[in-house]
Design a binder for this molecule. Structure first.
Ligand SMILES: NC(=O)c1ccc[n+]([C@@H]2O[C@H](COP(=O)([O-])OP(=O)(O)OC[C@H]3O[C@@H](n4cnc5c(N)ncnc54)[C@H](OP(=O)(O)O)[C@@H]3O)[C@@H](O)[C@H]2O)c1
Length: 322
């Protein structure tokens, strides 16, 4: 059996970080989170800057202000928070790794599939397949953000540390429906994208987003964790890997699969201007435009997706418990 490792996770308290932590602890690894708040098995960012990196085998960074927090108004302060929280935490981690006499063997930096940017397709034009070797097809705010975020991670000393760069699709976590009306707050306790869109569906007003033809690169949370463990455990892996399911679908196919498993109808389509009004022009491309991202290197490296198809993923994630 492999020797238990000590894994340090920036932003480990988040949706993906917690799922990874559970998987690592289940197999006997030790996990410490780097967080804004102190606590058991946590290290604050200030302590990391001041005292340096503790002895560890792997460092993963997920830290960053959520980009689609709909309870917060999209303004300059929020925008700066989204950018700085990712770049600053990455810089702190990179410096701590580089300053360490015996650095960890592996650094896993994360970013989003938005790296590839978006472009308007003309009628009948097929979307271009994008993999880890592809360059961005167009620049928008999310693509700019990801490229700055990735650049901050590039400073790590790769002569001493194996650097894995993950580009993550929209991560889908489990959602449970206990009741339609009496306990709406119990509908989908989990985090991830599904709870964001669940409420209109549960109220019987499910909708596609905009034209519905935009490609939606998604990944089941089990595969998200699976890809991370795969690259962590496989010393031959290095460089970029897309953490997206092999079969991205359009928003319409995604929505129909979600509604089928939730047993609620799709009644309408939310017009683009409403999305732009709610999330702001800059962030709207996340929902209104898409990219056909493929996990080419991830599959070539030997990772086998547990949930390659949206319907299988939804059947697992949308649990009807009443
Ligand atoms: N979930 C997705 O679908 C998805 C898709 C593509 C990319 N990603 C990226 O993957 C990363 C992890 O995703 P996630 O869904 O696990 O995110 P999440 O649930 O929002 O968690 C991110 C963690 O980052 C820390 N954080 C939040 N705001 C911060 C700030 N202003 N400064 C420093 N740290 C801050 C928090 O930890 P503390 O409160 O402990 O400090 C939080 O638990 C994110 O950076 C996200 O952009 C996620």
């Amino acid at each position: 059996m492999a020797k238990p490792r000590h894994v340090l996770i920036g932003g480990g308290s988040g949706f993906i970080g917690q799922a990874l932590t559970d998987a690592l602890r289940r197999r006997g690894d030790k996990v410490t989170w780097v967080s804004r708040s102190a606590g058991e098995n946590r290290l604050t960012w200030d302590a990391l800057e001041k005292d340096g990196l503790p002895d560890c085998d792997v460092v993963v960074n997920f830290a960053g202000q959520h980009i689609l927090n709909l309870s917060r108004r999209w303004n300059d302060a929020y925008r700066d928070d989204v950018i700085n929280s990712r770049i600053k935490t990455t810089q702190i981690i990179v410096k701590a790794i580089n300053d360490k006499a015996a650095p960890p063997a592996t650094f896993i930096s994360t970013a989003g599939k938005c790296f590839y940017g978006t472009k308007e397709l003309t009628a009948g034009e097929a979307p271009e397949e994008l993999d880890e070797y592809s360059e961005p097809i167009g620049m928008d705010f999310p693509a700019e953000l990801v490229s700055q975020w990735e650049a901050a991670a590039e400073g790590v000393d790769t002569s001493r540390v194996r650097h894995i760069k993950l580009r993550i699709g929209v991560v889908l976590g489990a959602i449970e429906r206990k009741s339609y009306i009496t306990k709406p707050w119990r509908i989908g306790k989990s985090r991830g994208f599904l709870p964001i869109i669940r409420l209109p569906f549960c109220l019987g007003a499910g909708a596609t987003i905009g034209k519905g033809t935009q490609i939606f690169p998604w990944v089941h949370i089990d595969d998200m964790v699976g890809v991370i463990l795969h690259v962590m455990d496989n010393p031959e892996t290095e460089g970029r890997y897309n953490a997206v399911a092999p079969n991205a679908v359009t928003n319409e196919v995604f929505t129909r699969s979600f509604s089928k498993h939730l047993k609620r109808p799709v009644l309408w389509s939310i017009p683009e201007w409403v999305i732009k009004f709610i999330v702001g022009e800059e962030r709207s491309s996340i929902l209104l435009k898409g990219q056909l991202v493929k996990p080419r290197r991830t599959i070539e490296s030997g990772y086998v997706f547990k949930y390659p198809e949206i319907d299988g993923a939804m059947a697992d994630l949308v649990k009807i418990t009443f």
